[in-house]
Design a protein around this ligand. Structure first.
Ligand SMILES: [Fe+2]
Ligand SMILES: [Fe+2]
Length: 200
């Protein structure tokens, strides 16, 4: 993906801390902005992983888990209609809706090399780590007759070492992101398999 640096340091307004939207409203936005079902599925999978990570690994309460889920669900919301302004358009929309800056900052950090925004919070770092890997694991599941059933970490690792498989997935981003988080690549692959396999 080409770079489109966001060139800004402020995301949202601190006075909107705690302002979230309902998950139903987020799905409505997604349905309106993203006609492509496969792309919507990618965002639902990232959302499921983010929410589960917040609850299981960070001990998040309901509001905090919703923040993580919203960031996951909306991170690529503008990609289909505004590929040249990817990330900026959804950021501006969420700012217009007075959404919590943490959610907006997290979305802005999902591609540090593309948008030029370094992940800072745990939520920022996890979206960076989960985004590419989630898509990669889904691609690895789709080529198997039994899909996620029986999909093992070692076969995902093997495919990661095969550059021609899902070539658009940037392996360097995955390696880079893992260094930022409290998990190994193997653990995160297993976590993602377990939490996105039922998402449709
Ligand atoms: Fe993206
Ligand atoms: Fe994504």
């Amino acid at each position: 993906m080409s770079t489109h640096l966001l060139n800004r340091t402020i995301f949202g307004d601190p006075k909107n801390a705690g302002n979230l939207m309902s998950i139903e409203d987020a799905h409505a936005l997604l349905n309106e902005w993203v006609p492509n079902e496969k792309l919507r599925l990618h965002m639902k999978q990232v959302a499921a992983n983010m929410k589960a990570w917040a609850i299981e690994k960070e001990g998040a309460d309901e509001q905090t888990a919703l923040k993580w889920e919203l960031a996951g669900l909306l991170h690529d919301a503008d990609w289909e209609k505004f590929p040249d302004q990817h990330c900026l358009i959804i950021i501006e929309e969420l700012e217009k809706r007075n959404i919590d800056p943490d959610v907006i900052r997290c979305i802005a950090s999902h591609g540090p090399k593309v948008f030029g925004i370094d992940p800072v919070s745990k939520m920022d770092k996890m979206i960076y780590a989960i985004d590419e890997l989630s898509g990669f694991i889904h691609a690895a599941a789709l080529i198997r007759p039994t899909r996620y059933e029986g999909l093992e970490v070692k076969s995902v690792l093997k495919r990661l070492k095969t550059p021609s498989f899902a070539a658009q997935v940037n392996r360097d981003d995955i390696t880079d992101a893992i260094l930022l988080i409290d998990s190994t690549l193997e653990e995160l692959i297993q976590f993602i398999i377990d939490h996105q396999k039922e998402i449709s």
